[in-house]
Design a binder for this molecule. Structure first.
Ligand SMILES: Cc1cc2nc3c(=O)[nH]c(=O)nc-3n(C[C@H](O)[C@H](O)[C@H](O)COP(=O)(O)OP(=O)(O)OC[C@H]3O[C@@H](n4cnc5c(N)ncnc54)[C@H](O)[C@@H]3O)c2cc1C
Length: 302
């Protein structure tokens, strides 16, 4: 995903960098997560429309019927990124033509002349470059735990990465689905399976902090979407923000560097925690039978 963000400044006509991206992803996978094969109906963005587009190309309008407080199906991001790669042409080359798909980096070494040598499969191709950016991501390799007895299990075992390609939700022989894990991928599968009429057991290890925080979608004040209001400069000042560049502002120094400020930060997040638990109403009556109360996070939201 980061490639597109990096590519644009590096390819601007004045810079004329000879940029090339090497990715093990298949040709139709312009974005590791929104690749065509990985899309499924329950895959919605966690970011609103306004945060899903680059500043130089608008996201085409998404029908209001397909939005929930500006959250929307991920398939629209895929279509947007596909068209972005083809419509951005620098030095007579589209962004797409600068990507070598199905190319896995197996070795990187620094040469005496301080350039990088990159060896890839297939065919042991070698590239050299003076600038190298590693953007191999944290979640691109599936982790499948070893479960005692899994060899004798006769049902289908699937990693979330293959969920979009699988047809088990439509299989009448598959009536029960067990989902392991407490994050966004697990939540999507549990939701999709329940919606398809399967009985679902959602299994989250003890000490794993419970399911990932479920926050309300609705924004506050002028913001229609909760994430929109979260990513303002004002709200960001209340985070211990490790991604901030440059010097802290006076407000950040006050909030995180003084006793009163830290007290205010703690109180603010306690309030967010209280409000979200109240909104989710984990103890509500209609959830009693199916264990909805178990979805309440074990740790504070923030
Ligand atoms: C289910 C789910 C839903 C999400 N929803 C959202 C959302 O709605 N909004 C949002 O902002 N974020 C969302 N995220 C998070 C977001 O997808 C990640 O933060 C983002 O993809 C990280 O981008 P990246 O470029 O760092 O890495 P990745 O997107 O993981 O890209 C890494 C790339 O490197 C390639 N690669 C790895 N090793 C090699 C190698 N040796 N040689 C060559 N290529 C290699 C991989 O094939 C992959 O293409 C979601 C995450 C998940 C799991």
């Amino acid at each position: 995903m980061r490639f597109r963000a990096l590519a644009r400044p590096h390819c601007k006509p004045k810079r004329k960098s000879n940029l090339c991206s090497l990715t093990s992803a298949f040709p139709r996978c312009v974005c590791s997560l929104s690749e065509t094969e990985r899309i499924y109906d329950a895959f919605w963005t966690q970011t609103p429309t306004s945060m899903a587009e680059f500043s130089d190309r608008k996201l085409p309008p998404i029908p209001a019927s397909e939005q929930y407080y500006n959250f929307f199906p991920a398939k629209y991001v895929t279509a947007y990124l596909e068209s972005y790669l083809d419509s951005h042409i620098y030095n007579d080359q589209t962004l797409r033509s600068r990507i070598r798909f199905s190319t896995t980096v197996t070795k990187i070494s620094k040469l005496p002349n301080k350039t990088w040598q990159i060896t890839c499969t297939p065919n042991s191709q070698v590239f050299t470059t003076s600038r190298l950016i590693d953007a191999t991501g944290l979640t691109s390799l599936p982790y499948i735990p070893n479960i005692p007895g899994q060899d004798s299990f006769r049902g289908l075992t699937l990693h979330h990465k293959s969920f979009g390609e699988s047809s088990f939700l439509g299989d009448p022989n598959c009536q029960h689905v067990a989902v392991l894990g407490g994050g966004k991928s697990a939540a999507d599968v549990a939701y999709a399976a329940a919606k398809a009429g399967k009985s679902v057991s959602w299994i989250i290890r003890e000490g794993g902090n419970g399911p990932a925080a479920f926050l309300g979608a609705e924004g506050k004040g002028p913001y229609k979407n909760a994430n929109d209001s979260f990513y303002t400069r004002f709200t960001a000042s209340w985070l211990p923000n490790p991604f901030r560049f440059g010097q802290p502002t006076w407000m950040e120094r006050f909030l995180h560097g003084s006793k009163v400020g830290r007290w205010m930060v703690r109180k603010m997040w306690e309030r967010v925690d209280r409000e979200n638990r109240k909104k989710a109403a984990f103890g509500r009556d209609e959830g009693r039978e199916n264990g909805f109360a178990s979805l309440e996070p074990d740790t504070p939201y923030a």
